[in-house]
Every structure is written in C-alpha cells, then in structure tokens.
Design a binder for this molecule. Structure first.
Ligand SMILES: *[C@@H]1O[C@H](CO)[C@@H](O)[C@H](O)[C@H]1NC(C)=O
Length: 166
C-alpha cells in the first residue's frame, strides 16, 4: 500500500516535471504572433465583460519578441498605444503611436505592460481597450525554478515520511 502510494506520488511528480519542461520549451521557443482576441474582428466594443479583450489577454502568455495583430475595419476603427494614465481615462489626445491600417502588427519588444485603446469617440469608454503584460524569459525561468523547488520539497517530505521517521 505504501509502495503504491509512493509509486503514485513519484509518477505524479514526474508528470509535474514534464509539464514544467513543456512550459519552459513552449515559452522560450521562437516568437509567436497573436491575433488580438483570438479571432478576426475582435477589436470592437465588447457586448459583455466576458467578451472583454483583457480577459483574453489574461489567459495568454506574452513574451518579448512576440507580436500582436489587430484585425479591424480601418475606415471605421483605429488602434492607438497610450500611456497608463491615458488608458485609464481613455484620453486619446497624445497617443504614443496611432494605427488605422486595419491590419496592425505590433511587436512586443520589451517586458512590462502595453496599453491599447480605440481612438474613436466613446469606444474606449465602452471597453474597447487592452492591456498586455509581457513577461521576460528570465521571469519565466524564475517561476519554473520556484515551482520545481516546491515540487521537490513536497516529494522529499513524502519520501522521509514514508520510509520511517528520520
Ligand atoms: C489628456 O491628455 C492631455 C495630454 O497629456 C492633457 O493635456 C489633457 O488634460 C488630458 N485630458 C483629460 C480629460 O484628462
């Protein structure tokens, strides 16, 4: 019974290690392109909070070198990158950069947050805005090491616990 428990716990920890290696690999591989919102024409005012682009962004991992692609009707919509304060207040009077080409590609060339809003009157207020936080590869490695440490400590305690009190 104890042997069975040990076998289960060691196989689940190798699963965790495999998962970590997989995550590290997929995170540190070459640059990827993300279609904003995960589908075409997702750059619009959301009809509910569940359609919010920030919800989409929170479920994705962005790394330095990745690109975001916006798909929209350039005759009606626009996309501007702004500073944090202007993102919060939906102030479009002094954007960092403005795009109106309908197929905008932005390279995420540093770690940290990027702020994007629509310049058309009222759209940002209705939620057409996006924060993307870019992780550095260093930070990802740190996270993986911390996780690995936690897993090996748990297994050490299990091992000590099951093989007589040391
Ligand atoms: C918008 O930003 C500009 C430039 O930073 C500033 O002068 C202006 O007062 C801001 N408007 C509002 C409503 O915050």
């Amino acid at each position: 019974m104890a042997g069975f428990a040990r076998a289960v716990s060691s196989s689940s920890s190798s699963l965790v290690v495999l998962l970590l290696v997989f995550l590290a690999n997929s995170s540190l591989s070459e640059a990827r392109e993300f279609l904003v919102g995960g589908k075409t024409n997702a750059w619009k005012t959301p009809s509910s909070e569940f359609e919010s682009l920030n919800l989409w962004a929170q479920n994705s991992r962005f790394l330095i070198g990745d690109s975001l692609v916006w798909n929209y009707d350039g005759n009606k919509d626009s996309m501007v990158e702004v500073r944090k304060r202007d993102y919060i207040t939906c102030n479009t009077s002094s954007p960092i950069i403005e795009h109106k080409d309908g197929n905008t590609n932005v390279k995420l060339d540093r770690s940290g947050p990027f702020y994007f809003i629509n310049r058309e009157e009222g759209h940002c207020d209705k939620g057409q805005k996006l924060i993307v936080v870019v992780m550095s590869a260093k930070l990802i490695w740190k996270l993986i090491c911390v996780l690995f440490d936690i897993v090996s400590q748990i297994n050490f305690k299990r091992f000590v616990g099951s093989s007589g009190r040391l």
